[in-house]
Design a protein around this ligand. Sequence first.
Ligand SMILES: C[S@@+](CC[C@H](N)C(=O)[O-])C[C@H]1O[C@@H](n2cnc3c(N)ncnc32)[C@H](O)[C@@H]1O
Length: 309
Amino acid sequence: MDYSRKIAERLWNLPEKGELESHREETFIDDIVQKSHIEHELLASLDGIKTVFDGGAGCGRFSILLAKQGCQVTHFDISQPMIEKARELAKKAGVLDRITFVKGALEDLSAYADHAFDLVMSFDAPISYTYPNQEEVIGELVRIAKKRIILSVSSRLGYLPYLANPLQKNQFILNQDCEDSWVQWSIAHRQEMVDSFFFDKAGIEKLWADGLMGGEAEIAEYEQGGAPWCITYTFLPGELKELLEHFGVKNVRLAGPGAYARTIPNELLVKIMKDPKQRVDFLEVCYQYDSNPYVCGMGKDNLLAKGEL
Ligand SMILES: C[S@@+](CC[C@H](N)C(=O)[O-])C[C@H]1O[C@@H](n2cnc3c(N)ncnc32)[C@H](O)[C@@H]1O
């Protein structure tokens, strides 16, 4: 089995993962913007959609949303803790009967027939964690789709500036006092990250050339029993579009959720987010701006694609 899959399996099956992921939108503003963008996109894409496949569905942020809209959803994920959290949230939302939970890896979708689902979706990078099989996985997701496909994958142009900015997450902290361990770590290590920073042109050029975040160090950590971050394949916009077209997807449109928010400092983002009216207005403007294909590469770290079959 590929290391990427083994690493993803171990990382996402850590017991605390489901609980942590379900709170992402309470801790980081970039996650709020990104999830809000996907929600907007989905709610505008439901004409003629009755059945849905959500690949790497996590704790159900979008599978539950679409079940609430009356769709019959297959919630597919490699992680049991994520599925358990999603089941709990689906029960609370009263939509358990509209969701089928399946534990599985995107690398094997052979259980599903061609055109089995009206809408196939996969958000926030599960496809990028299937390296070196990401192209086959996209082909398989297209194969099981009947009408529409909406995906978000890791973005190479989105990630490259982060290699010159270890403080990336600090910009998006919603509440400095919250107990989330990532928030507290980012605050505590801010100065250390600046002091130890150097501009690593070679590292940037490597990511530019091969699109890979992670590799040998993650494999070594895994072999020693650790649970490193997934080896992640980052896509270029043209590459993703061509790939989808190659598999027969039409009218492919790209977007870059998070591109607008990236331009705003933390103090102002927090001010906007804490005011209910400004927050709604801001998320609307982000959606409009980030939907412009000319900014798609500069999304937070995800590249979104939507197309028809
Ligand atoms: C960042 S979360 C995104 C969850 C959800 N799609 C969302 O947008 O809120 C990534 C999810 O992909 C799942 N995942 C990672 N690798 C996978 C694989 N090879 N096959 C299926 N699921 C995978 C993880 O377990 C996790 O739930």
